[in-house]
Design a protein around this ligand. Sequence first.
Ligand SMILES: Cc1cc2nc3c(=O)[nH]c(=O)nc-3n(C[C@H](O)[C@H](O)[C@H](O)COP(=O)(O)OP(=O)(O)OC[C@H]3O[C@@H](n4cnc5c(N)ncnc54)[C@H](O)[C@@H]3O)c2cc1C
Length: 397
Amino acid sequence: MDFDFSSEQMLLRQTVRKFVDDEILPHIAEWDAGGAFDPAIWKRLADLGLMGVCIPEKYGGSGMDYNSLAIVCEELERGDTAFRTAVSVHTGLNSMSLLQWGTEEQKEQFLVPQAKGEKIGAFGLTEPGAGSDVAALSTTAKREGDEYVLNGQKTWISLCDAADHFIVFAYTDKSLKHKGISAFIVERTREGFSSKAIKGKYGIRSGNTGELFFEDVRIPASNRLGEEGEGFKIAMASLDNGRFTVAAGACGLLMACIEESVKYCQTRSTFGKPIGEHQLVQQMIAKMEAGFQMSRLLVYRAGEMKNKGIRNTRETSLAKWQACDFANQAADDAVQIHGAYGYSDEYPVARFLRNSKAPVIYEGTREIHTLMQADYVLGKREDRKLNRMLPAWPFED
Ligand SMILES: Cc1cc2nc3c(=O)[nH]c(=O)nc-3n(C[C@H](O)[C@H](O)[C@H](O)COP(=O)(O)OP(=O)(O)OC[C@H]3O[C@@H](n4cnc5c(N)ncnc54)[C@H](O)[C@@H]3O)c2cc1C
């Protein structure tokens, strides 16, 4: 095991940190209050090579390893969860799925422009009647000659209005239950497709989340990702990558909670001393640090397994569950440390707390990950090699 970051990874971290400090933090309170971030940020992410950091260079990416994606997610979420969520769905849930499951033609057509940041990708699994229970989805894709016709609705989809391409899951044969689900690449420009943002979100307010509608949307059969009936497997494999980015982002939120709390501890005094000298405040700081360090180890272990081409569903689920719970608790404690001032938008910690909740819900709720971990330990679940694995790193030419 190697616990050191490479010089390339350290440079990447410095670059993203500077970008966050200079171009996100000065504006985030305003973007959060206004319900959207400046779309010019997309171009900046692309210019910095952050839209395809772990996608091979031959497909338009930066060709770095999977832990470099974790570094990007950590540093972006130190700025705000909305930016990490954008990279999670664009790279983790969409581009990495194209890399794993796409044909060479699909990679050329969809992955290359996404990795370069010329197009944005997103992931449509959740429906009004199907969240944790994926097999309850009701969107259908009917084969007609060389086309599929999609009908249905998705909800709570990140980047619903911003993305150009969506990976969408639909039943091609409902009688087969989850083995009748297939995956499709759907472009926003298809007739019959529309999207609508959800207003009044509790957190990640500068991020775009909402509904997708498919009314007789016709797509070529060549837009099917994987074989008919492989959709459930593709969705779960995609989540292995998405959850990894969510867990890494939670480490960034933990860093932000520590930074802000330490600053406040040093400036606020009660009973004749800085609050950082009260043991009960120290306890909250110590818990944040423990959560941060433990989460990081879990995240980078999962990343190392990805680098080696080893299936990591179990390890990624544990990292996602624990890191998001630690971040949620740390954000709650950060507000507590700030007292009444934490309960306003004068300090960023209230935003941290609001932002920390969605990751405990999306990409597998806390309860779903608890059940998964219990099943592994009880011998009721095991990970087997998939027919198509994410390529190991270093990538082959
Ligand atoms: C900000 C945000 C962004 C999102 N982005 C995306 C996206 O880009 N793409 C996408 O497809 N989805 C997205 N989602 C949706 C998200 O993945 C779902 O909300 C999540 O899977 C949970 O589904 P649900 O909300 O329907 O809750 P439900 O599945 O209805 O669960 C409700 C409650 O019941 C519990 N529960 C359910 N089943 C069990 C069980 N078997 N045992 C114990 N408890 C159980 C859950 O843990 C939860 O507490 C996003 C959600 C949010 C909040």
